[in-house]
Design a protein around this ligand. Structure first.
Ligand code: DCT
Ligand code: MG
Length: 321
């Protein structure tokens, strides 16, 4: 029912792609004989992709979808919303705390048993809630770039995310780290073994929340940093990218998320697959399910990926959907 309301909304706004995706997803869900209770279960159903699976999990956990509730937020929504501002706290954790009866940040601070990172997220709640001015994002990028290039001059550090799209301020600092001929392992070990420890010693990095985990989105280090002479902690994401995947990673890490989604859907419609590692051709699918990884057409060159997809080049500032 909730997804149907979303579908109705997208139908009303003439959003063809989402209309299709939602219709497929709803149909696939209807065919299930057992209750789907998690993202993983939803994801295993052909016809349900990553994002829809996220939404299904959200509906299961909260009984509704945040997007639909902007106008009449219930008390529980507000609490969960507040908890979600704790760095590293996802919806599952936020809902759990709400269900356990915690009603505010001070409730959590005083009575909940928290992990070290959750406690830090709570202590720095106000810092992380603040937008980061463009200039300051740049300054954080420069600190990391200097540290990395003092180890290897050929390493590149590019500031991605909303900064690359020209935003005046950002929610976090997204840094893409790469080197022309390097493998993922080489970039990762240089950053994790040498640069990150050095930046901790300098007092720039404050905490690592999610270290070196190979996710579907490549390899990331997530933590917090502080500029010398200031006190406010900022969220910092480092993305490790092998040279051969540079262009695809740039598209992914520049976003915005909706733009990425449209590009990926377009690739799919053309029998290709675009992800953060490259653009692949001759992908065989059974419904939404990929039967083979396809053949890499382009990974290194951002512009070339647009070309092969038949999309006129769009500078990052125009990738705001
Ligand atoms: N991204 C994506 N899909 C998502 C989330 C992120 O493709 N669901 C990509 C696009 C942007 C990039 O990752 C960095 O993500 P964020 O930092 O979350 O977004 P942002 O666009 O940089 O915005 P913000 O200013 O809030 O950081
Ligand atoms: Mg960002």
């Amino acid at each position: 029912e909730v997804l149907q309301q979303m579908l109705d909304y997208y139908t009303r706004t003439g959003d063809h792609w989402r209309t299709l995706a939602y219709r497929k997803g709803i149909n696939a869900l209807r065919r299930q004989t057992k209750k789907i209770k998690s993202k993983a279960e939803a994801r295993s159903i052909p016809g349900i992709g990553e994002r829809l699976a996220d939404k299904i999990e959200e509906i299961v956990l909260t009984d509704h979808l945040r997007r639909l509730n902007h106008t009449n937020e219930s008390e529980a929504d507000k609490i969960i919303q507040e908890f979600l501002g704790i760095y590293g706290c996802g919806l599952a954790q936020a809902s759990k705390w709400a269900a356990q009866g915690y009603r505010s940040l001070s409730d959590l601070r005083e009575r909940a048993s928290l992990t070290k990172n959750q406690r830090i997220g709570l202590e720095r709640y106000h810092d992380f809630a603040q937008r980061i001015p463009h200039k300051e994002v740049e300054a954080h990028g420069a600190v990391v770039r200097r540290a990395i290039q003092s180890v290897d001059k050929e390493m590149q550090v590019i500031i991605g995310g909303s900064y690359r799209r020209g935003a005046q301020d950002s929610g976090d600092i997204d840094l893409l780290i790469t080197k022309s001929e390097a493998t993922l392992e080489q970039v990762r070990s240089l950053v994790l073994d040498t640069v990150v420890p050095q930046l901790f010693r300098e007092g720039f990095l404050q905490i690592g929340l999610q270290t070196s985990r190979r996710t579907g989105e490549g390899s990331k280090w997530q933590g917090a940093s502080v500029l010398p002479g200031t006190t406010i902690w900022r969220r910092l994401d480092l993305l490790f990218v092998p040279g051969a995947e540079f262009g695809a990673a740039m598209i992914y890490f520049t976003g915005n998320d909706i733009f990425n989604r449209s590009m990926r859907l377009l690739a799919r419609r053309k029998g290709m697959c675009l992800n953060q590692r490259g653009l692949f051709k001759d992908v065989m699918r059974n419904g939404q399910m990929k039967l083979n990884p396809g053949r890499l057409v382009e990974g290194r060159d951002e512009r070339r990926i647009f070309e092969v997809l038949g999309v006129p080049w769009r500078p990052p500032e125009l990738r705001i959907c």
